[in-house]
Design a binder for this molecule. Structure first.
Ligand code: SAM
Length: 199
């Protein structure tokens, strides 16, 4: 089930790829973009390559190891000119309350779980994830977007996705559009995607 989009083939069953369709549209105008779990930097690089002049991107991660590998990836790849990048080594809920206190955010992304190839114990936690999403929602510009990829394939990931689902289902309809995308015919609980938009 592939979809051609701007010359690239997107596998519509894959949450990580599918969210690119949403990002591509946001990045045409975004001035402030936040990757709340920058990990090895693949998502941040995707965004930085599509950023418009003057766009400011923030990469947050709780692990210095992740920040360093994101920095390295972005340094060794061509990104759009006149784009600024700030890395924040902190938990995303705290970074949004402090370092990003005064930002108006156009696009914020979360890729939950643990850093691939690293300590699986350092993993996103439901209460911090929800706190960060809640803070992010209050900072969104009009039509600003948050995307969240959740990994229900592990017990911790499933628990986190369930907490997220109940939190998101109760967001005020007048204020936010809230969508849940999930593959329907795949075994083993593949990743799922949530898309939130300020109305
Ligand atoms: N987006 C990344 C990429 O493209 O390479 C992958 C992200 S990885 C699945 C999840 C990341 O979330 C890990 O690097 C982990 O250190 C980070 N993380 C876990 N808890 C966090 C928290 N409370 N605040 C910020 N980052 C956190």
């Amino acid at each position: 089930p592939n979809l051609k989009w701007g010359g690239f083939v997107i596998n519509i069953n894959n949450a990580v790829q599918f969210q690119h369709l949403v990002w591509d549209r946001s990045m045409k105008k975004a001035k402030v973009v936040v990757d709340a779990t920058c990990g090895n930097g693949h998502d941040l690089l995707y965004l930085a390559k599509r950023a418009q002049k003057g766009c400011h991107l923030f990469g947050i991660d709780i692990q210095m190891k992740a920040i360093n590998s994101s920095k390295e990836l972005l340094k060794t790849n061509d990104i759009a000119p006149d784009v600024s990048l700030t890395f924040i080594h902190d938990s995303h809920d705290l970074a949004l309350a402090h370092q990003l206190k005064d930002e108006v955010i156009d696009l914020m992304i979360f890729n939950l779980g643990y850093l691939p190839g690293s300590n699986h114990k350092v993993i996103t936690k439901p209460h911090q994830t929800i706190d960060a999403i809640d803070k992010g929602l209050h900072k969104l510009s009009k039509s600003g977007v948050i995307t969240i990829v959740a990994y229900p394939g592990t017990p911790e990931g499933m628990e986190e996705m369930q907490s997220l689902t109940s939190y998101l289902s109760n967001l005020e309809q007048k204020l936010y559009n809230v969508c849940h995308w999930h593959p329907m015919n795949q075994i083993n609980n593949p990743p799922e995607l949530f898309i939130l938009q300020k109305r």
